[in-house]
Design a protein around this ligand. Structure first.
Ligand SMILES: NC(=O)c1ccc[n+]([C@@H]2O[C@H](COP(=O)([O-])OP(=O)(O)OC[C@H]3O[C@@H](n4cnc5c(N)ncnc54)[C@H](OP(=O)(O)O)[C@@H]3O)[C@@H](O)[C@H]2O)c1
Length: 260
């Protein structure tokens, strides 16, 4: 798909992967609808993109709210007349033992990572069906394919994203709407400070990719209608080694978490 002049909604656009994706898509000439809760960050992002081709529309709100997701898509359609791509990127991490998680934190994590993605998808689909085309890009994680200690619920939320996306892909296979899963590994963003529980970096022998690298993978997924996207070769390798030796990897990662 030609990104120039297309209309793309990016959730979680106030930081990290979402922000880098918006910058790249704007440079490529897309009209981008940006959303997150922090209105000031969105306004700064819009200002910093002045002079680039295409237009930007900032709609601040909480993606956990079904009514907000409907409003977001309605504003995008009112402004641009269509939505070509929805990037479901907003997300929240966890670094806390499951046994210690407060009930409201469990709800917050699932509402953000799973329900928010469902609300935005449900809001955009009728428009894409009417247009006869569209792409929904769901930002998962390599840990949606294998759990980590201290992040069990987060990993499960990404597994839910994987299964929801694949089921939706089957439901839409007779339409021209594509459902894409992107699997970033460790990425340098605000994720570690925003997450529930312990802040900071997780000890790991694997390096972190930049948010810009993930953004490039997302742009390529749009350009070439890719449906399954790994950002780095070592994420791909890790995922496939894990499939061969799941119990050994459990043991190694469990040991690493105990000494963190
Ligand atoms: N960083 C990594 O290592 C990594 C690895 C694999 C996958 N991922 C996934 O990549 C995606 C982006 O993460 P990131 O690393 O860029 O994290 P980040 O820097 O913390 O950005 C998260 C974004 O989500 C938004 N957000 C969070 N809760 C929200 C809510 N209730 N309503 C609306 N927006 C909300 C935040 O904006 P506001 O706070 O302004 O609302 C922010 O813009 C997430 O889905 C994450 O799970 C990240």
């Amino acid at each position: 798909m030609d990104i120039k002049n297309s209309v793309i909604i990016v959730t979680g656009a106030s930081a990290g992967i979402g922000e880098a994706t918006v910058r790249l898509l704007a440079e490529m000439g897309a009209n981008v609808v940006i959303t997150a809760r922090r209105a000031d960050r969105l306004a700064q992002l819009v200002d910093s993109l002045a002079g680039l081709p295409g237009r930007r529309l900032a709609v601040a709100g909480d993606i956990r709210e079904n009514a907000f997701a409907k409003e977001l898509v309605a504003r995008a359609v009112a402004e641009f007349g269509r939505v070509d791509v929805l990037v479901n990127n907003a997300g929240l991490g966890q670094r806390i033992f499951l046994s210690e998680m407060a009930p409201e934190d469990v709800t917050t994590l699932l509402d953000t990572n799973v329900n928010g993605l469902i609300w935005a998808t449900q809001a955009v689909l009728p428009h894409m069906k009417k247009q006869g085309s569209g792409q929904i890009i769901n930002i998962s994680s390599i840990v949606g394919q294998r759990p980590l200690a201290l992040s069990g619920l987060y990993c499960a939320s990404k597994t839910a994203v994987n299964f929801i996306s694949r089921a939706l892909r089957m439901e839409l296979q007779h339409s021209s709407i594509t459902v894409t899963l992107v699997y970033p590994g460790r990425t340098l963003t605000e994720f570690g400070t925003a997450r529930l529980g312990g802040k900071g970096d997780n000890p790991s022998p694997i390096g972190r990719a930049s948010a810009e690298k993930v953004a490039k993978s997302i742009a390529r997924a749009i350009r070439y209608h890719r449906i399954e996207v790994y950002v780095t070769w070592y994420d791909w390798l890790f995922t496939h080694i894990n499939r061969l030796f799941p119990r050994s990897i459990d043991w190694i990662l469990g040991k690493a978490a105990r000494f963190a």
